[in-house]
Write a protein that binds this ligand. Sequence first.
Ligand code: TRP
Length: 343
Amino acid sequence: MDNEQTYQGPQRVFSGVQPTGALHLGNYLGALKNWVDMQNNDPGAERLYGVVDLHAITAGYEPEQLARATREIAAAYIAGGIDPARSAIFVQSAVSAHSELMWLLSSMTQMGKLERMTQFKDKAGKNAERAGLGLFAYPVLMAADILIYRATHVPVGEDQKQHLELSRDIAATFNARYGVEFFPQPEPVIMGEATRVMSLQDGTKKMSKSDPSEKSRINLIDDADTIVKKIKKAQTDPDALPDSVEGLAGRAGADNLVTIYAALAEKTKAEVIAEYAGQGWGVFKPALADLAVEKLAPMTARMSELMADPAQIDAILSAGNEKANALAEKTVREVREIMGFWG
Ligand code: TRP
């Protein structure tokens, strides 16, 4: 066999976002910004960033919105600083080896492990009997996304750690079952103070695309006025800012605004507290609003420009699909051979 059975190549980074709605500040600070930092700090690695549209159909979705939403995520990647020359930006459904590998891996994934996934339990709710197989099998497709590139590093938010743990498990099961060292163990990369950006209306809930309240989140396409208004209305409490980070305990709304400030300013929460200790929200909120507008405005502008020129986005995606396909096809060919398939 001429399989490359022990992975000794460069670091490979993979991550993805579902095209299920407008990207918001939580997606930017919790994901995209970290990807850009990784890209800029580690020029030697190979990077792939997918718009994971096959995942998006596991919940109710609008077929006539899907292509546009896919371009919008790609535009956010580019506007946020992912450089298509250094990172492949591509569409998951355009690389069919993801689906094929998912099927191959699904026979090595125990149902019991999938049943323990908290995201499935949350999304399926009391109606687990009626949930689609796709929602249940979602983490196996995610494992395939990662393993198809034999990725070594996966920047994700805190909430995806359990899925990543399962991907590691599936990789190890494959290697053990076939007596190979084919898949590396993908490492989660969870960075920054803002891995959890909370709702502006309820500091105990994650900022989410699916929150019915628009005021709960800052969208990456919001204009300056809207950003300022949303921050002004954000949940806080009657107390001034504390003089230590510990003083934020039990003050979810306050903690969230300090966290967002720190992430945007690339400072620690302690540094932000040191600067604003004892100040009221009448001082802090306008400062935060200014900072948010300053940091987000260039990105917002670039995103609108790109969305006005879909052909430009499509050209970038086509180039990314080609790169991704070449790598993915090679892996799935080797997997078929290791598993003993004809051909
Ligand atoms: N499940 C991830 C999320 O909701 C998105 C995703 C799909 C992903 N496949 C992935 C993230 C592979 C990292 C790697 O955020």
